[in-house]
Design a protein around this ligand. Structure first.
Ligand code: ATP
Length: 284
């Protein structure tokens, strides 16, 4: 038997860091939403009691470091599953990009294996398991648009993001999420974006207000480390995107665009100096 799952990428409409906690995690407030750029997972039953990961992408770990592997292992151990599984990852989401590709793969593996192994777990139970794998995994289990607090695992679903185009551009640099959080001085953040105001804009379906209230405190760190991210932001604004922000810890920059007529021009303009550019729809 086989199961298929889509694992969409996420963007942060706002990301604020409130303080560093005694346990080393940062207390955050984020509003996250899914976009229509997705990895695809094919999960096939194996008689042998083993977990095999394969992928056409040459640049991700295929062993126990892979988050989909970790999701399968967690379910197997917790629910004493005697069967094995082969998970093939068709990667489309750029890696280490701030788009939660690995977290979304883990969440899709939890959903798919819950069905394949007939575990009967609820979304809430899958989210709790996901929190053991990574802070973004619980959100990726259910997707949609949500306010995330705590270290990102406490979720409040909100109304869908207004329909729009999302331009994604990833400069050819690798950004380590741990390094960015490590360099952030949470007590010295100049401007905190407001989760409340962003939530109100999303719930009112007010696209222009969403664009006006985008904010990500991690830009302070990543833009200093990598000035090309700032240049990419400026290029997207110049080309006519309605709102522009770095996603997560970067380096991917996204631009929200309401008019389809602008999409080709922005895409072509960005492709002039950035190889990895995508024009996708917001997921509602
Ligand atoms: P986030 O936005 O949650 O910080 P990200 O988009 O920055 O995530 P990922 O694409 O999830 O980053 O990759 C981060 C690291 O995780 C990579 O260096 C990669 O080696 C590792 N990794 C583990 N499993 C996967 C997976 N299934 N897909 C991609 N990367 C994975």
């Amino acid at each position: 038997m086989k199961m298929y799952e889509k694992a969409p990428a996420k963007i942060n409409l706002m990301l604020d860091v409130l303080h560093k906690r005694p346990d080393g995690f940062h207390e955050v407030e984020m509003i996250m939403t899914m976009v229509d750029l997705a990895d695809r997972l094919e999960m096939s039953e194996l008689r042998r009691d083993t977990i095999i990961i394969s992928s056409q992408a040459g640049y991700i770990p295929l062993d126990e470091k892979n988050l989909a592997f970790q999701a399968a292992k967690l379910l197997k151990e917790r629910y004493k599953v005697g069967q094995g599984v082969h998970i093939h990852l068709d990667k489309k989401i750029p890696v280490a990009a701030g788009l939660a590709g690995g977290s979304s793969d883990a969440a899709a593996a939890l959903r798919g294996l819950n069905r394949l192994w007939q575990l009967g777990l609820s979304s809430e139970e899958l989210q709790e398991l996901g929190a053991e794998l990574g802070s973004d995994v619980p959100f990726c289990v259910t997707g949609g648009t949500a306010l995330a607090t705590g270290r990102g695992e406490k979720l409040t679903p909100i109304a869908s993001m207004p329909q729009c185009w999302v331009m994604l551009a990833k400069p050819p640099i690798n950004v380590s999420t741990a390094e960015v959080y490590g360099k952030l001085r949470a007590d010295r953040i100049a401007v905190h974006p407001s989760a409340r105001l962003m939530r109100e804009a999303v719930e009112a379906g007010d696209f222009q207000a969403v664009c006006g209230r985008l904010g990500n405190v991690l830009e302070e760190v990543t833009l200093k480390l990598h000035p090309e991210v700032q240049q990419l932001k400026q290029a997207m604004i110049r080309l006519g995107a309605d709102g522009v922000l770095m996603s997560g810890s970067g380096p991917t920059v996204f631009g929200l665009v309401s008019k389809q007529s602008k999409v080709a021009r922005i895409y072509n303009g960005l492709r002039g100096f950035c190889k990895e550019v995508y024009a996708v729809r917001s997921l509602t």
